[in-house]
Design a protein around this ligand. Sequence first.
Ligand SMILES: [Zn+2]
Length: 81
Amino acid sequence: MTISILAVLFLAVILVISFVGFRAIIRQGKDPADINKEKCSICRTQFNRSQLIERQIGDYRLLHFCQSCIMSLHNEMLSKN
Ligand SMILES: [Zn+2]
């Protein structure tokens, strides 16, 4: 009796793990639409990659800037001169 309960529990655990894994795979399947999206490094708003300017800082850091942040940087620079 104890062994059959353990077996059922074991099966349930396997089912839960496979279900969670399956959902993770489905979510990854949705990713291609999100691959083109990136957050602006300044305002953290999500934009399409085509709307952002990309700059690599150092060897690994990749920064993205949206139009409104670039404009505000531009205005800040203009107001300095
Ligand atoms: Zn921004």
